[in-house]
Design a protein. Structure first.
Length: 554
């Protein structure tokens, strides 16, 4: 005899209970009775409609979702590359110094040729790391080769940033974050600037990515992030500004998955590993004694604050707003891992993560304010913007709202960031004096056996290689070893002023952005010697105080 009992029907996929934030008990959705055609009069279970998630992004991983995200990533990379490639200008003295020093370092490594340039100290990092790469790229493609190398570093940085933000939150936050990061002035300029910071920023991003990647695994695996962290500090000493945040990130990203003890152990292992790897070749001492004041132009507190607000103010506000919003309330699916596992968070953990990601963006201006220097601020801000990107992306998604409720607000903020980044990056490349006119004057008066003193390090050595040798150009920052007519030996700045007094230099080139004490001493010596006359002066086309002056011996 056949049973008249109804078979149990499988649960509808929408019957799953929603996950409540902060580990609270799940809230049951209200049951809604649905009228159905039931001629047999069998009692059916009511159909329930679950609560709508707070984020309009499917938490279940799907191929379509991944391909859409990858397509948007490609679009962001294309925009970033286009913004950088439009910056056409002659090499900046810092770029030229890196290429000249790199060519000589490369020749020394490959052929044993002695290094004759005094520009090694002009590179704000180890002369054996970034300069040989810049020299090889310059040998292959000149300044374009070096800048394309930096562009490659910049694009890889954005890819790593997308991946680590996706692991911390989800694809939506990652896309919003890198879309904002890719159009910032620091990203656009450093991504097409032949300086060690382009490689250092990539290594900082790699360190952060490895730290997030190993958050759920054995604490010892965080040591894989120590080599890129130490290498970043050696490539550009300024990367030490990001190390405290990287160490705290090792704690913050493991906080939801481990007890406080193992999470703190990860931070300790990363800090100790980075320090130990910096010990060889005296790199730890150089990094520890580095300051933004080394080789950079002085700046007033007003100029530093104004530069910070112009170049990263809106982005930092977005990150701070994201931190506050994230600390107050977690939204559903914002912590979906690539494997689809949701990480439970607490308010303390969210406050810690948001504060760590935002801290470096606020620390770097504070350090520059304490040292009173603004010369490399636009490059150093890149570390802070990099680490603040995940929380800024979350802030942008909160602004847009659930289910893209206010897309116009997100578009408005992004367009504002794009407009600021385009204008500021273009001004950065036009902000110096006319180096083309300067090089024309130097080329016209350079002689085969001349001796030249310059505060514009690297520019003449790079562009006038056909009419002079690097050792003929003496860096005013490094000073001169000079023996005067009385047989007295002079060193450093005293040697430069003594050589000017005796008329030993054929030409002297001054730059008003050089250290003030050096520029003042050389100007006084030129006036008192009576051997030199001013033949050219070029002021910045934007009307600031940056000026080149060229003095020629009678």
């Amino acid at each position: 005899m056949m049973s008249t009992e109804p078979e149990s029907s499988p649960q509808h996929p929408l019957d799953a209970e929603p996950i409540a934030p902060d580990g609270a008990a799940p809230r049951r959705a209200a049951a809604v009775a649905v009228a159905v055609d039931n001629p047999d009069g069998v009692e059916l279970a009511p159909y329930t409609i679950p609560q709508v998630p707070a984020i309009g992004w499917d938490p279940a991983s799907s191929p379509r979702r991944r391909w859409i995200a990858r397509g948007l990533l490609g679009a962001v990379l294309a925009v970033q590359a286009a913004l950088s490639l439009r910056l056409l200008a002659a090499a900046h003295p810092d770029e030229a110094a890196a290429m000249v020093a790199g060519r000589q370092q490369l020749d020394h490594l490959l052929h044993g040729t002695p290094v004759t340039t005094d520009l090694l100290d002009r590179v704000p990092g180890s002369p054996w790391l970034y300069p040989p790469l810049a020299g090889a790229a310059a040998n292959a493609g000149g300044i374009w080769g070096t800048r394309l190398l930096s562009l490659g570093f910049g694009l890889l940085t954005t890819v790593l940033l997308y991946s680590l933000t996706r692991r911390l939150f989800n694809e939506r936050v990652a896309i919003c974050g890198i879309a904002a990061y890719a159009v910032l002035q620091s990203t656009v300029v450093v991504g097409f600037y032949g300086a060690p910071e382009s490689l250092a920023v990539l290594l900082v991003a790699l360190t952060a990515w490895l730290t997030v990647l190993t958050a759920r695994r054995s604490p010892a695996l965080v040591l894989t992030a120590a080599p890129p962290a130490a290498l970043a500090c050696a490539v550009a000493y300024s990367a030490v500004l990001a190390v405290p945040a990287l160490v705290l990130l090792a704690l913050a990203c493991a906080w939801p998955h481990r007890r406080p003890g193992p999470a703190a152990l990860r931070a300790l292992l990363l800090a100790v590993g980075t320090v130990l790897l910096l010990l060889p070749y005296g790199q730890l001492g150089k990094v520890a004694h580095w300051s933004p004041a080394h080789g950079n132009a002085p700046g007033s507190a007003g100029s530093i604050l104004l530069g910070t607000l112009q170049w990263g103010g809106l982005f930092t506000v977005l990150a701070v707003a994201g931190t506050i919003s994230y600390a107050r309330r977690e939204q559903m699916t914002e912590h979906e891992s690539p494997e689809g596992e949701r990480a439970a968070t607490t308010r303390a953990g969210r406050v810690l993560l948001g504060a760590v990601l935002t801290a470096t963006a606020l620390l770097i201006p504070a350090v520059h304010l304490s040292t009173g220097t603004s010369g490399a601020l636009f490059r150093h801000l890149g570390y802070g913007m990099l680490l603040a990107t995940p929380i800024a992306g979350l802030g942008l998604t909160r602004l847009v709202g659930a289910h893209f409720r206010h897309p116009q607000l997100g578009i408005l903020v992004w367009v504002a960031l794009l407009a600021l980044g385009m204008e500021q990056s273009a001004l950065r490349y036009q902000n110096g004096p006319d180096s083309g006119r300067l090089l024309a004057v130097l080329r016209a008066h350079a002689v085969p056996q001349g001796h030249y003193l310059t505060e514009v390090d690297g520019l003449a050595e790079y562009y006038l290689g056909s009419v002079s040798k690097p050792e003929q150009w003496v860096s005013a920052r490094a000073g001169t070893d000079y023996r005067d007519g009385a047989g007295m030996q002079h060193h450093g700045e005293d040697g430069s002023t003594a050589a000017i007094r005796d008329g030993w230099f054929t030409m002297v080139v001054l730059d008003s952005t050089a250290p003030e004490a050096t520029d003042r001493a050389l100007s006084a010596a030129l006036t008192a010697s009576g051997h030199y006359r001013l033949i050219a002066q070029f002021t910045s086309p934007t009307g600031d105080s940056s000026t080149y002056k060229v003095y020629l011996k009678h």
